[in-house]
Design a protein around this ligand. Structure first.
Ligand code: SF4
Ligand code: SF4
Length: 334
């Protein structure tokens, strides 16, 4: 275990681009000094953009009739750092990785970026009131899953620093070892976060409880009557990964690109025939809740697609709360 100030750790990572929460933490951005990085307690928008950009060029082409005119964009595969991810965010990137590497459909754009990244994850001694990561098995405010370097804030200046992968260990090798006093302080910080995190959301059997309610008008009506379909919950969610593919003309050339999309939009499932299998907000918000709390686990076997970051709860303009959905489902299942 090592110990470092923000600046000392930043110096270990020199030579690489560093993305971190800045300013009022509206998004992760490239920083050139440790001073620009916002405090670890803050809850910025998810760092998903560093791995799955909102707008990403898939390829360029000169002639829509001629597939040989396709030119792939250059992808920067140099190592880069994503600093200040929360444990929930690091887990979310692992979950997206499951989808993007499933079977023969490996998404090279994501995989190259994910493999090139150094994920610096900060544990949460003071979890945000809306966070409930501890409600999911194996997760919590000090979960190291998906990290390369794991930090425990000791005070305003210093962190306990642990390399959790070989890549991470090599990068921090020059830092001084932590003292017994530092380690004890780190344990106390950890206990503070573990004691504070919300573990009250029932998730153990939620996938089956939700399945049983799929057709329940009574269960869904309160939610879908309120939901406005704004899509904000999906845009702030670290584990939402759906995108749309479009083409645009730039002078005499064309670009095919993908952009984040949302299952809360009516056009998301509109088929070329005009048929829409999710024609109203009832089917759309149900899809989101079912995907997060049921479908993903039933498909991939061991984990839910929600990581309990609480961002959708905080941002929803009409107060739709995934924690309440889980609690109501579980209560009805009993
Ligand atoms: S943020 Fe709230 S209102 Fe908007 S789509 Fe999501 S659940 Fe519906
Ligand atoms: S569904 Fe909500 S609480 Fe769960 S990971 Fe997404 S934004 Fe966070």
């Amino acid at each position: 275990m090592k110990v470092a100030t923000k600046k000392e750790l930043f110096d270990c990572l020199s030579g690489m681009k560093v993305f971190a929460p800045v300013g009022k933490n509206l998004r992760f951005a490239e920083v050139s000094s440790a001073d620009e990085i916002a405090s670890p307690e803050s809850i910025p928008l998810s760092p998903k953009e560093a791995f799955v950009p909102q707008d990403e060029t898939l390829f360029f082409y000169d002639n829509p009739e001629d597939p040989t005119s396709i030119v792939e964009p250059e992808i920067d595969e140099k190592p880069f750092v994503v600093w200040g991810m929360h444990p929930c965010d690091a887990k979310a990137m692992e979950l997206i990785g499951k989808v993007y590497t499933e079977g023969s459909y490996t998404d090279g754009y994501f995989v190259r970026r994910y493999n090139a990244s150094v994920k610096v994850v900060i544990g949460c001694p003071v979890p945000h009131p809306g966070c409930f990561c501890g409600s999911f098995e194996g997760m919590g405010p000090f979960s190291k899953s998906g990290s390369d370097i794991f930090l425990i804030p000791l005070d305003d200046e210093r962190f306990l620093v642990e390399g959790t992968t070989e890549k991470g260990e090599n990068l921090i090798a020059s830092l001084p070892d932590a003292t017994d006093e530092d380690i004890a302080k780190g344990e106390a910080q950890k206990k503070k976060g573990e004691d504070a995190i919300d573990r009250s959301v029932p998730t153990e059997n939620i996938e089956n409880s939700m399945q049983a309610l799929f057709d329940s008008e009574e269960f869904w009506e309160d939610i879908y009557h309120r939901c406005m379909g704004c899509g904000m919950c999906t845009y702030v969610c670290p584990s939402c990964y759906c995108f749309d593919i479009q083409d645009e003309r730039i002078g005499n050339k064309y670009r095919r690109y993908r952009v984040w999309d949302s299952c809360q939009f009516g056009l998301f499932t509109l088929e070329a025939s005009g048929h829409n299998p999710r024609p109203t907000q009832k089917e759309r918000i149900r899809q989101r809740m079912m995907h997060k709390l049921s479908f993903f686990k039933l498909r991939y076997g061991d984990e839910h697609l929600c990581v309990g970051c609480g961002r959708c709860v905080a941002i929803c303009p009409v107060g739709i709360d995934i924690r309440d959905v889980a609690k109501r489902a579980e209560a009805l299942a009993k």
